[in-house]
Design a protein around this ligand. Structure first.
Ligand code: CMP
Length: 140
């Protein structure tokens, strides 16, 4: 059975450019429900842990530095088949390759500053949601 939650982050550049409100509106208009949301700045070690599955990849160190460089918004989104549906809404990882009308096409800057993160599997959606939110911080 497909899971019904995904974890997103609005990345530092999109925050800096003032796109957060527009991105959240697009997400809600696409039928996702917000189950939890917070604004925070990750420490370097928190960013290292979050992106732990990418340890050793050529872009890892830069990604960690970038993701801890400024405020982000993290949120748990709910919808049927959330991981896949959200990946369709945000588009390809590289904004230059993202389909027209997707969030990364409209608000992404480059492959690192690609506006938003979205979980890549149901399993990671749960791990990533638990990384940011306790049960007290979530709607039932
Ligand atoms: P995200 O959805 O946050 O998940 C991992 C991130 O790594 C991804 O978005 C990109 O920002 C980044 N990333 C993936 N591949 C590359 C790459 N080839 N070069 C730079 N950054 C990358």
């Amino acid at each position: 059975m497909k899971g019904n939650i995904t974890l997103t982050m609005i990345k530092p550049t999109a925050m800096e450019k003032g796109y957060a409100g527009k991105i959240i509106t697009r997400v809600l208009e696409a039928g996702f429900k917000l189950k939890a949301m917070k604004m925070l700045q990750l420490t370097k070690s928190q960013a290292m842990e979050f992106y732990g599955i990418h340890t050793g990849k050529p872009f890892y160190d830069d990604l960690v530095k970038y993701m801890s460089s400024g405020p982000i918004i993290a949120a748990i989104l709910e919808k049927e088949n959330a991981v896949e549906e959200y990946r369709k809404l945000i588009g390809s990882t590289n904004p230059e390759k993202a389909e027209k009308g997707t969030i990364r096409y409209d608000y992404g800057t480059n492959i690192q500053a690609n506006a938003v993160h979205g979980s890549d599997s149901d399993e990671n959606a749960i791990i990533e949601s638990n990384f940011f939110f306790s049960h007290l911080e979530r709607l039932k």
